[in-house]
Design a protein. Structure first.
Length: 247
């Protein structure tokens, strides 16, 4: 009898492990499709993701190969490229109305700044996000649904973007190119108070922080150029790319 009971327990454990594995595999695909579907609606540009690996029991996740495309009319292939991003989520919060991310760490992203003082790729993406935020969020995928479930809110306790590089192409300097490092961006307690942030609000907050850091880095680098190479003053540089500030 004891052997039978032991055998049943082992079988149940094996089935549970298999079930968790299957759920994780499907969840990886669901998250990937969700990012690639909802992302473009918020940013107005293509979003591609190579892989998502989620570990359910400890709430950890690793995102690989996230690429944010450029708006139409720009020559560079993408605006932001992330090799690896690590996320720690409270597993139980997935079942609630607010998903709690304890930490998000984006490692060594490549950011492209292309354009000039009348407009650039990053400011255009920011305009798209602001427009979606003003409209109250991205349009529903199925307009025939009368009463859609409210979207889950998000809390991010600690957000860190480190080791970033910005590839700059300034049209009004004859297409002058340079690559500059970006200081670490560290944000805390995003959506902790209240009911949390929508995906649009979170995207807007993070992208604005990236844009502000980028414009400061580009302005500082441009101020180091000699006047003959620049052909214009530093004040005009700061004014012209002020659209990055997400006004």
């Amino acid at each position: 009898m004891k052997k039978i009971i032991l055998g049943v327990v082992v079988l149940v454990l094996v089935l549970l492990v298999a079930a968790v594995f299957v759920v994780a595999v499907f969840l990886n695909g669901i998250v990937k499709r969700g990012v690639e579907t909802a992302g473009p609606k918020i940013t107005g540009v293509s979003i591609n993701l190579d892989d998502v690996h989620i570990v359910l029991y400890d709430g950890s996740a690793k995102v690989k190969g996230l690429v944010v495309g450029n708006p139409e009319g720009y020559k560079t292939t993408n605006a932001i490229s992330v090799g690896v991003a690590e996320v720690a989520v409270d597993p139980l919060s997935i079942l609630s109305g607010k998903i709690v991310m304890h930490s998000v760490h984006i490692v060594s992203p490549e950011i492209t700044f292309e354009g000039g003082f009348g407009g650039n790729n990053l400011s255009k993406i920011m305009e798209n996000v602001n427009a979606v935020a003003k409209a109250g969020g991205p349009p529903a995928t199925n307009t025939t649904v009368k009463a859609a479930k409210p979207a889950k809110k998000i809390e991010v306790d600690d957000f860190l973007l480190s080791g970033a590089k910005v590839h700059v192409t300034l049209n009004e300097m004859g297409g002058r190119q340079m690559t500059i490092p970006l200081p670490d961006i560290h944000l805390t307690n995003l959506g902790r108070s209240g009911g949390g942030l929508t995906s649009t609000e979170l995207t807007r907050t993070v992208l604005q922080a990236v844009n502000i850091a980028t414009v400061k880095a580009v302005s500082k680098a441009a101020s180091g150029l000699d006047k003959d190479a620049a052909g214009i003053g530093v004040n005009k540089i700061k004014t012209g790319i002020g659209g990055l500030m997400g006004k």
